[in-house]
Design a protein around this ligand. Structure first.
Ligand code: SER
Length: 583
């Protein structure tokens, strides 16, 4: 059995419900482009909301971290990973959490105790030194030499700047063949962190104020890619069972050995795998120049460039073959990759066609301007031309330049970029650096407005209109829906009027829990029925809207202010997109 199955089975036996992975694009969290940790989709429940599956949960969450995207190519970095996690929502706390982690590692994965060490929180002005955790570790046979007390920088966990948080205890594994030192030194990189148990008891707001959560939670996270590499004793992660078959596929497609071509093969493996998961996501992300779409574009274009480096005939089906293999590999756990197989292949094909038209010429241009000239910094105008005319994401130009030991005038490029582009990519790059913000007041309003818009479209346009995705920031809401035509001006006005009428009527927003069956029978709107558990929360707004939803929402529509559609445009074939604001 593989590690993922062993993990889920173990925690199921300990009374946990296995929940499906949330999509990679957060459904109600505008502050991050992608889920970067297993706890992110669970924030409302960590904050006190009742989870329909109960108080003990576990899963394998699809995560994407893109801040090191350009580092991919070495032995450790990758952009997509699966995070194994178990949660207690006000149920068990430190003792059970630590005991079960230890039991799983030593009894199920059979890791010898001598190879393990831990860190615990040494405490600060507001939180005491975590002797409780340290004592549990001791009672399990971890010696004092193997317990390091560290400060908040290491052992206090929060996603970004604000949100649920708490002290943690991290588990390390001695990865080397060397003799295992008696005393654990967390700075010694032969000790690799494999699992993090966070004891989430606090909430930090945007102003830095810390308060206690309604109940004490446990949030643990173990990266599958890392634990697999560690246990299999490989120094190159891409040689572990998680990657090996993908690399073999690339060897087969390119007819080249991995040895000597590692960098490009790792980039192709990683970037195509992540591109598969992004484009298979229910959020219907397509390559573009902003937000998630820009990440998808960078991934695909960088993979294509490295395929070219390996002399692959770009126009062949190399990418399709690799993507199909990846889809097959993950089909058992994530049905969306199979259900959206055609979409994934279409995204790859379309983006490849677009980039192919200019890649060759762009590379020639790059060669022309860099050959025979002595300069250290590539000019902003060249970088911009490569972007604008040849479709080279700036990061790709930086990578090309780096190969010639050249810097790029990125600042100058950005200025030019801002001048030329309405939509600034800068917002996006800020966002994926940032962490998780709570569901702020304004986002909550937009969330409720989304339900009203959905209902109004059904009345005004067609009762078969249904939601395909939504995204909320503190500045606006975006709503994608299946619809076969561009809305007429009249339709737009009517939709706006209807939403505002409902707002002005001061309708109460209420929710109730019911079985999924009853919810469907009651006619409640639901985007992805399979993703919901047996017991669901249904939000009603007066009698105009009824939707399966996790919340949060305002209490009364009066709170929303005035609703205004800013834009209606095509999102993809058969899907329209509305951007709207509350003012
Ligand atoms: N949230 C913690 C982490 O991501 C534990 O799951 O490390």
């Amino acid at each position: 059995m593989n590690i993922k199955d062993l993990f889920l089975e173990f925690f199921e036996k300990k009374g946990h419900k296995i929940i499906p992975s949330a999509p990679v694009v957060p459904e109600n969290d505008p502050s991050v482009l992608f889920n970067t940790a297993g706890m992110q989709p669970l924030v409302p429940y960590l904050m006190g909301q009742k989870h329909p599956y109960g108080t003990r949960l576990c899963d394998s969450q699809k995560c994407i971290r893109t801040n090191d995207l350009d580092e991919v190519g070495d032995v450790t970095h990758h952009t997509f990973f699966e995070m194994l996690g178990n949660w207690s929502l006000g149920d068990y706390f430190k003792e059970e959490s630590i005991t079960w982690s230890f039991e799983f590692l030593t009894k199920v994965l059979n890791i010898p105790v001598e190879r393990l060490a831990v860190t615990v929180f040494e405490g600060d002005d507001s939180v005491p030194r975590d002797e409780v955790s340290a004592n549990v570790w001791r009672s399990l046979g971890i010696s004092n030499n193997r317990i390091a007390y560290l400060g908040a920088d290491d052992n206090f966990w929060i996603a970004g700047e604000s949100g649920p948080c708490g002290g943690d205890t991290e588990i390390f594994y001695f990865r080397s063949e060397d003799e295992i030192p008696e005393v654990f030194d967390p700075e010694d990189d032969r000790w690799v962190e494999i699992w993090n148990n966070v004891f989430m008891e606090f909430y930090k707001d945007e102003n830095g104020n810390v308060s206690e959560l309604p109940h004490k939670n446990v949030d643990t996270g173990m990266g599958l890619e890392r634990i697999a590499a560690v246990l299999e004793g490989v120094n190159d992660n891409y040689m572990s069972s998680v990657w090996k078959d993908i690399i073999e596929k690339i060897e087969q497609v390119t007819n080249l050995p991995y040895e000597g071509n590692e960098e490009s093969m790792r980039i192709i493996a990683d970037h195509l795998r992540t591109a598969v998961f992004i484009s298979a996501d229910p959020a219907s992300i397509k390559p573009s120049n902003t937000d998630q779409g820009y990440i998808l574009r960078r991934l695909i274009r960088r993979a294509i460039r490295h395929a070219k480096k390996l002399n692959i005939d770009i126009n062949s089906d190399w990418d399709k073959e690799i993507a199909l293999m990846i889809i097959d590999k993950y089909s058992k756990y994530y049905s969306e990759v199979v259900d959206n197989k055609d979409v994934v292949l279409e995204v790859l094909q379309t983006e490849k066609n677009k980039f192919n038209r200019t890649l060759e010429k762009g590379l020639k241009e790059f060669e022309k301007v860099t050959t025979g000239y002595a300069f250290d910094v590539l000019d902003k105008d060249i970088a911009f031309k490569l972007y604008d005319t040849y479709g080279f994401p700036i990061e790709l130009t930086i990578e090309l330049a780096r190969e010639l030991n050249l810097d790029v005038d990125v600042k100058g490029f950005n200025e030019k970029f801002k001048e030329h582009q309405e939509k600034s990519r800068a917002g996006a790059s800020q966002k994926f650096k940032g962490g998780l913000a709570g569901n702020g007041e304004i986002e909550t309003k937009y969330h409720t407005a989304t339900h009203l818009l959905n209902a109004a479209l059904k009345v005004v346009v067609n009762k078969d209109v249904h939601q395909k995705g939504s995204n909320i920031t503190s500045e606006r809401m975006r709503f994608d829906f299946a619809c076969d035509h561009k809305l007429t001006d009249e339709e737009k006005v009517k939709v706006e009027e209807l939403v505002n009428k409902w707002i002005n009527e001061g309708l109460d927003v209420t929710f109730e829990e019911m079985s999924k069956e009853d919810a469907i029978k009651s006619g409640a709107e639901c985007m992805f029925i399979d993703r919901y558990p047996d017991i669901v929360t249904v939000y009603s707004i007066g009698d105009v809207s009824k939707e399966l939803c996790g919340g949060p929402h305002v209490k009364n529509t009066k709170e929303l202010g005035h609703f205004k559609i800013k834009k209606e445009e095509a999102s993809s074939a058969g899907v329209r997109r509305i951007k709207a604001i509350l003012e």
